[in-house]
Ligand binder design. Structure first.
Ligand SMILES: *[C@@H]1O[C@H](CO)[C@@H](O)[C@H](O)[C@H]1NC(C)=O
Ligand SMILES: *[C@@H]1O[C@H](CO)[C@@H](O)[C@H](O)[C@H]1NC(C)=O
Ligand SMILES: *[C@@H]1O[C@H](CO)[C@@H](O)[C@H](O)[C@H]1NC(C)=O
Length: 823
């Protein structure tokens, strides 16, 4: 179906949008006032002019103040969502909870699971599981299979117990279909002999409404069945959730129907509603939910939170069946045996599709490796969330943070426990895997992100939307500044999509790219205007703090590589090699997309691309003859140290915070005493010409174990760099100062694949390093997964052990692409 599109003329919509020209400032000079030499009139006029002038200035300031949260004025990229895409309506779109389903509606009802083991419940509700928390110390959890639209299966190991949570969706009706979820709990085999046979589990299944959901929920009461939940909302219509125990012996059952202060406090609401009960004075004490509870002092009267608790002996399993009233001739209820069959059918279809997509079996991987790869992909796909809310943003012109407009975001997340929300540069990496699995899901994700672009062409880099998301973020990271960038990795995703799918562009996909294009143009322009460097062709990350004396090397959070050492003294004269390379990729991708869409504007992107891909320019700006490396340029000295200030005699025991001392004055120079990820960007992003001797040098350097080569992948900073594994402040341990990161290793492996296939002087060398690096990274990620139960944020450069947060199935899941070699 490709290319079946008319060649659109350079349409006006492309250029029109950029300026929502403000009328605030325009004052048409009042030509009707007759000229008079009268002094009184002169003064009157002068006053008028001053008043007008002040009004204009204030009006203009007001206008500038609103720029940061004014949406880009053009067609939205996301054309269909909510109930208009029924197959994607329900999903596990709450990546921050262990198991929960909601819909792609701004004010969706949420459903979810909590559990605990009564004998192990500690005071204060300690032991109740709900949000993915590292502190829960689970030995393992994550989706093993998940296709992003119809089903998913997850294992959760909690001490000696294992829970399996799964769901299968069933299309039909007018309200986004139905589903069944199954929760099974058992003792892990190896612990069977050690566990008291009377040990029980308490499963809590709940539904909750947010403050703006229109509708109600209520417990169902029936003498013969387990209590369920029924209700009606504007998007779901009338529905019922019934619970069907499958295996195991239920000890008791209870419910809670109450008003919770918010979706961020559901567990707290449960904890405050737990009661002790005894059937008779000698009987065992049971922990139950308190039933109907009307909290005092809350406005809302109708319950917005209904939870059912079932306590049973192990093994235990229960099906939760969601039924929509608009499904009229339901053939079979998806429960029990029928559910098992349906789940099996989905699983075998998944296995087939996985093999068709990644061909791991045919490449000779064993089942254990394939299971890892399925889990990595599934946790990325199953971790896709749907958020709704407004970021807090700030610009130079706003006195304090203000709200962005409220909007939805459909996005994958880096980590379900630690970063369960959208991150701009992560998402471009995620797209390199998701688009291989399901192109339309990825295009939908891209569309949602670009609908968040403002009139300036800026997209906030961290998206903290909705109560659940806000609750997970330290206050210092909440506000997003519109001066700050983040690597435009979506251009990498687009590049991949154009390479792989150009022939499969249906009209619908092309139309989506058409809607996307003006927004990409605005985004590109924003980078090209606001992140420009001091000399022609150079670029500079904003957002570094030039005044701090606490940081050993002021961080560059905007670059994504947080504490990777840059020039020691941030100034406006510095230039950054990684951003230069990102801009080269951005411009060439824009040119390519422009050609595919028949836009004449492709030409100016092509010119910029030609300019930046010119290795001579790059060398002039960033190559160090002395160290024979690419490097940042700026005001720099290596002679920095954190020291604790001597406290004054009177403050004797006061421990003052360490500050940085500089023992040698900084000077303008290339920061070439440091070697690590930043220095090899011209190679990572394939800007270097294949015959460049500098490519040969980089290939030799990255293979050197004294620099960044390890048996587990490339470390972020070479061992002989001055700040290798150094803390940035006494409270801020090293992060990108030695640890192995899989996103950058992925770029290296991809670049090596490229240079080994491209005619050039270093083909064989690239091929050799490619094989070794790919194997090192993939083998280690798999080894650590089986050793620890998790995929990690980063890996230790000496031992290969996982570090940082877990599970981290954002870009670390790109291991799957390295296995399949589909770059
Ligand atoms: C976490 O779990 C492991 C094994 O499951 C156990 O050895 C360790 O003591 C636990 N740590 C904490 C802080 O509970
Ligand atoms: C990007 O900025 C440079 C420098 O200002 C300019 O020469 C170039 O034309 C711009 N590229 C595009 C595509 O606008
Ligand atoms: C680096 O070496 C090249 C080739 O010898 C030379 O053209 C260039 O001017 C040198 N650059 C600097 C900054 O010395």
């Amino acid at each position: 179906m490709a290319r079946q599109r008319k060649n659109l003329p350079e349409s006006s919509k492309e250029t029109k949008s950029r300026n929502s020209s403000s009328s605030n400032g325009s004052s048409s000079p009042n030509t009707k006032i007759p000229r008079q030499k009268n002094v009184f009139h002169f003064w009157k006029q002068l006053v008028l002019v001053i008043v007008l002038g002040v009004a204009i200035i204030f009006g203009y300031m007001g206008y500038l103040e609103t720029r940061v949260n004014t949406p880009f004025d053009n067609k939205k990229v996301v054309a269909r969502t909510g109930l208009n895409v029924p197959e994607q309506f329900w999903g596990s779109y709450r990546p921050g909870v262990y198991f929960g389903l909601k819909t792609r509606h701004p004010h969706s009802m949420v459903t979810g699971l909590m559990w605990y083991f009564p004998k192990r419940l500690r005071p204060g509700g300690d032991g109740i599981r709900h949000w993915c928390e590292q502190g829960d110390n689970l030995s393992k959890y994550g989706w093993l299979q998940h296709d992003g639209s119809s089903f998913g299966v997850q294992d959760i190991e909690d001490g000696p117990f294992i829970l399996t949570t799964s769901f299968v969706k069933n299309p039909g009706g007018q309200n986004g279909g139905e589903w069944t979820a199954r929760i099974s709990v058992d003792v892990i085999n190896k612990y069977k002999d050690m566990i008291d046979p009377t040990e029980q589990v308490s499963i809590i299944w709940y539904a909750a409404l947010d403050a703006e959901t229109e509708g109600f929920i209520a417990p169902t009461n029936s003498a013969t069945e387990v209590t369920g939940i029924r209700g009606e909302t504007s998007s779901l219509g009338e529905f019922k959730m019934k619970l069907f125990p499958q295996t195991g012996e239920i000890d008791h059952e209870s419910f809670l129907s109450t008003v919770s202060p918010g979706l961020n406090l559901l567990k707290e609401t449960v904890i405050s509603a737990l009661r002790l009960a005894q059937d008779n004075p000698k009987g065992p004490r049971k922990i139950i939910l308190g039933g109907q509870i009307n909290p005092v002092g809350v406005e809302r009267k109708d319950p917005n939170f209904v939870a059912i608790q079932v306590t049973a002996k192990l093994p235990f399993s229960i099906d939760v069946v969601f039924e929509s009233k608009t499904v009229v001739n339901r053939k079979d209820k998806l429960v029990g045996e029928l559910y098992s069959e349906s789940l099996e059918w989905h699983q075998s279809r998944f296995n087939q599709r996985f093999e068709d997509t990644f061909a791991l079996k045919s490449k000779g991987y064993n089942q254990k490796q394939i299971n890892f790869a399925q889990a990595a992909l599934s946790n990325m796909i199953g971790g896709i969330g749907y958020f709704y809310g407004a970021s807090k943003v700030q610009s130079f012109y706003t006195k304090e943070p203000i709200n962005y407009w409220r909007a939805p975001l459909y996005t994958a997340v880096p980590s379900r426990s630690f970063f369960p929300r959208g991150f701009l540069w992560d998402e471009g990496f995620h797209g390199l895997l998701i688009s291989q699995w399901d192109l339309d899901i990825e295009l939908d994700i891209i569309g949602h992100w670009f609908d968040l672009i403002n009139v300036e062409g800026w997209i906030p880099r961290e998206q903290i939307l909705g109560l659940e998301a806000v609750a997970k973020v330290p206050a210092e990271f909440v506000v997003q500044w519109n001066t700050n960038a983040n690597p435009p990795t979506f251009f990498l995703t687009l590049q991949y999509i154009l390479d792989k799918y150009e022939e499969d562009f249906t009209n619908e996909r092309l139309a989506m790219l058409e809607r996307l294009y003006p927004r990409l143009q605005a985004w590109f322009q924003w980078f090209n205007n606001t992140q420009i460097g001091p000399v022609a062709g150079s670029y500079r990350w904003r957002g570094r703090d030039p005044l701090t004396d606490r940081e050993l090397n002021p961080k560059t959070l905007t670059s994504g590589l947080d504490d990777f050492p840059r020039a020691s003294h941030p100034t406006e004269l510095e230039r950054h090699i990684d951003l230069y390379c990102w801009m080269a990729v951005a411009s060439s991708t824009m040119a390519r997309l422009g050609i595919i869409l028949g836009r004449e504007s492709f030409l100016k992107y092509q010119q910029t691309a030609d300019y930046l891909y010119n290795n001579e320019l790059m060398d002039n700006l960033h190559w160090s003859n002395f160290s024979e490396r690419y490097a940042d340029y700026g005001l720099h000295t290596d002679s920095v140290k954190l020291v604790r200030p001597k406290s004054l005699p009177r403050q004797q025991n006061q421990n003052l915070e360490m500050i940085r001392t500089v023992s040698k004055q900084p000077e303008y120079r290339l920061v070439d005493s440091t070697f690590g990820y930043v220095n090899v960007f011209p190679f990572l992003l394939q800007i270097l010409e294949p015959n460049s001797p500098k490519l040969g040098k980089i290939l030799t350097d990255i293979r050197d174990p004294n620099l960044i080569w390890t048996d587990y992948g490339l470390r972020s900073l070479s061992k002989n760099s001055p700040l290798y594994m150094k803390r940035n402040t006494e409270h801020d341990p090293p992060y990108w100062r030695g640890q192995i990161w899989v996103n950058i290793n992925f770029l290296a492996v991809k670049a090596l694949a490229h240079y080994s296939k491209t005619e050039g002087a270093y083909q064989d060398q690239a091929k050799k390093v490619y094989e070794e690096l790919r194997k090192n990274v993939v083998d280690n990620v798999i080894r650590q997964y089986y050793k620890t139960g998790y995929i990690w944020e980063q890996y230790n450069d000496k031992t290969g052990e996982g570090s940082g947060c877990r599970p981290f199935t954002g870009w670390t899941a790109l291991s799957v692409v390295m296995m399949s070699e589909h770059f």
